[in-house]
Design a protein around this ligand. Structure first.
Ligand SMILES: [Zn+2]
Length: 475
């Protein structure tokens, strides 16, 4: 097996308990595993990467991303009312849009491009098989070199004319289908492709479907993720239907376990838009169960919503990971928004720190997936390594490299990304993907999506009617 050494000005290493800042360090990996981390290394190496003037960090774990519809609403829904009072404004959502067959793959690739560029090495994707198919999703993500948890998604309900209608048999059927694929592809691509059970949302799945999910999660030893406490409507629906909050509902069904990831988990009783119980009993339920919150700050921030708050959840013992959700798929940006929003929400400059966000983006996410071999740079961990350039205006001067990364860096500062010992980004270039081609594909997809709006809108309204451009067009 090839032995590679990286000599770096800074290594964010792991001492068994915490990340530590190692100045002038060496990281050695053999094949796909880290063999040595220290101040020096006297053994043989087949290859060497000179990262002086650079920093080695563990690759990020993105706990929550929808990669096949990621950029569709870009330029469409920002600055607009959350629930637009315009008839048929839902036609700006990708739900009923029918793409041309090549489009989902191009969107997934553009998401992977952004994820790699921002240092993500482990991706929990949600919903890609709906658009791509299971074998195709596995082949695409495995072939691109990503470490991926492919979602096996299902639900028993949907909204019909504003009403929730459940069909449990249909839910079981989707679940069975996803389990068939899970059994076929779990551990493929050298173990890089794994699966995650994905009962989609608390309000779209009946209790029976959640109970079956927990049994399967234990039996197959795979994690589960669901969207929980993500909207006020969901909160009220569950409260009315079951007399419990969404988190209490999941807890009472036995869904909260160390294998469980709760997407978003914003609307709990203590949130200022709920205001029922400032003691937030849900946080103790989550903390005691060992479940994880997948926090996606930016997608909520741009509609005026935030987790209240990162320090409150953390101090109550909740494990918090980070996700990118939809566009942009940029983990560095999520860390920054996570930290800044904590401070704004708590009106406190020490709330939500750079090390908090770095822990969430690395170890906390890895722990949520039951993976002590990810999210840290230490002997025995997998070689999922990111090299960040320190000799850029954004990253200089360096005193505290983690603060610089969270508050100053952009994805332009990511120089190298290695997953499972294989280099996928080199000198800032994503080797297997062509940005310009992907951008042109996205433009064609965007045009197709916009052109389809009046065809899908009952009143024939255009995208411009529903969501006017920021300035008038010069006629
Ligand atoms: Zn989501």
């Amino acid at each position: 097996m090839t032995v590679t050494r990286i000599d770096a000005s800074i290594v964010i290493a792991y001492d068994g308990k915490s990340h530590v800042i190692l100045r002038d360090g060496v990281v050695v990996y053999e094949g796909n595993r880290i063999a040595h981390v220290g101040r020096s290394y006297s053994g043989q190496a087949d290859e060497a990467l000179d990262a002086r003037g650079k920093m080695v960090i563990p690759g990020f774990v993105d706990l929550h991303a929808h990669i096949t519809q990621s950029p569709l609403s870009q330029g469409m829904k920002e600055d607009m009312p959350r629930h637009m009072p315009i008839p048929g404004s839902g036609t700006l959502s990708p739900n009923r849009w029918v793409p041309e067959p090549w489009m989902p793959e191009a969107m997934a690739k553009s998401s992977v491009y952004e994820l790699l560029k921002s240092g993500v090495t482990t991706l929990v994707e949600l919903g890609a098989p709906d658009w791509l198919g299971y074998p195709e999703t596995v082949e695409l993500l495995g072939g691109l070199g990503m470490r991926t948890y492919v979602s096996a998604g299902y639900r028993s309900a949907g909204y019909q004319d504003g009403e929730l209608v459940h069909d449990l048999e249909a839910g079981y059927k989707q679940l069975d289908n996803s389990i068939d694929h899970l059994k076929r592809y779990e551990g493929s691509h050298g173990g890089r492709v794994r699966f995650i059970l994905y009962p989609r949302t608390v309000d779209f799945c009946l209790p029976e479907l959640f109970e079956r999910s927990v049994e399967l999660s234990e039996e197959l030893d795979v994690p589960i993720q669901t969207h929980a406490a993500q909207s006020i409507r969901e909160y009220r629906t569950i409260k009315e239907g079951y007399g419990k909050t969404p988190i209490e509902f999941l807890h009472d069904l036995g869904v909260l376990t160390p294998r469980t990831i709760l997407g978003h988990c914003i609307f709990i009783t203590s949130h200022r838009l709920i205001e029922e119980d400032p003691k937030a009993p849900e946080l103790d339920l989550i903390a005691k169960s060992g479940a994880t919150v997948a926090h996606c700050p930016w997608v909520f921030a741009r509609v005026g919503r935030a987790l209240e708050s990162y320090p409150r959840y953390r101090d109550r013992g909740v494990n918090i990971g980070l996700g990118t959700d939809i566009f942009p798929q940029n983990m560095i940006a999520e860390m920054r928004w996570g930290a800044v929003l904590s401070k704004v929400v708590d009106i406190d400059s020490v709330a939500g720190t750079a090390p908090d966000m770095f822990n969430s983006a690395t170890m906390n996410g890895a722990n949520a997936l039951g993976r002590p071999d990810l999210g840290r740079i230490c002997e025995g961990a997998l070689a999922d390594i990111v090299v960040v350039d320190l000799e850029t205006i954004r990253m200089s001067p360096v005193r505290d490299p983690i603060r610089n990364l969270v508050y100053g860096a952009s994805d332009q500062d990511v120089d190298t990304v290695i997953i499972d010992g294989r280099t996928l980004v080199e000198h800032g270039e994503v080797i297997r993907l062509d940005e310009r081609k992907l951008a042109r594909d996205l433009q064609r997809i965007g045009n197709h999506f916009v052109d389809a709006v009046p065809k899908r809108n009952k009143e024939g309204k255009t995208a411009e009617d529903i969501s006017p451009l920021s300035f008038p067009v010069w006629e």
